[in-house]
Write a protein that binds this ligand. Sequence first.
Ligand code: SF4
Ligand code: SF4
Length: 358
Amino acid sequence: MTSDFTPYQVDKATYKRFDQKMICFSRWRWDEDFIAYGKGIYDNAPAKIAQGLEGYSKEEFVAIEAAWHVHDTFARIRALSAGELERDSFPNKIGDVSGYTPESNSAQVKKFAEGLGSPIVGTTRVNPNWIYASDVRGNALNLENLPYAVVFAVPMDQAKLKRSPSYVASAAVGVAYSRCRFIGESLAEFIKRLGYSALPAVNETAISVPLAIDAGLGEFARNGLLIGEKYGMAVRIGKVLTDMPLAQDTPVNLGVRRFCTKCKKCAENCPANAISFENQPDGKTLTKSNNPGILKWYVNVDRCYSFWTHNSSDCSNCVTSCPFTKPDNWLHKTTRSVIKRTGAFDRLLVRMDDWLYG
Ligand code: SF4
Ligand code: SF4
């Protein structure tokens, strides 16, 4: 960890809180200018299944829907209770909590989240920039009364993910999202029963990647996702916003941003040509689903989503092709440790990754 590390650069004159309605998963329903207007991700499944390709069977498709079930059910419940946060507050039934400190609170929530199955947990003050200005239905989100966040990551099954973009990989993604729901909902309940307010979320409510960076879970990558120390990009992120005072974790410098300038494997392996090949992050937006004002590589998410509709499920090619997404064994621990300390071997390590993993 370094205290003087700046994990991202925001142009304050340009950046505005984003409307969740502008993301592809919402635009396909209402935006007639969108390349995939009217096309749901799974609409093409019957035609795809009929092709009889490996990894695209009827049963493998059903497994995706089943894997997402817990996530989707709670997402619907959360959407219905939008704006009714006060109902989430429990009276404190356990007596005086005035002896709790932000540090002891953080330690408690981390321990509980780890017990629920998240090996990576951080806490942070919420930067209001990362809260969506409004939700997918257009309801304004005013969450100043929840100024802290617990952010956690759930690892995905890397062997299954490797079969991207088939249904097998998509089911592994769904499992991780459902586990995020389970952990988030249970963790929020834990916090509420200690006498505070808490709002769990997965992809809704706030933008997960910068929150996770603030909470010390990793760095942003060329393809816009989070790269963490232990699992690379093979994680999904959940969070709980709360008024429980929490300690501020420190953003980590893993050498990712520097390494990404030498490596373009995610871009080379993207079937939609959606990821930038620019050496340095240029901050240039490409679609109206990109929110301007951050110095990063913006991804053409319209192309990405459009590929998903043809594929009739999601895709993890960029995740699995990344040299950071590897099993947590001694070889990869050593490699990550080298990358963290020096950029001298970045190009060589990209080549080695090519030789070993293609
Ligand atoms: S998910 Fe697939 S299509 Fe989308 S950016 Fe990653 S590699 Fe490209
Ligand atoms: S594949 Fe390479 S360029 Fe892409 S995110 Fe991973 S390290 Fe960065």
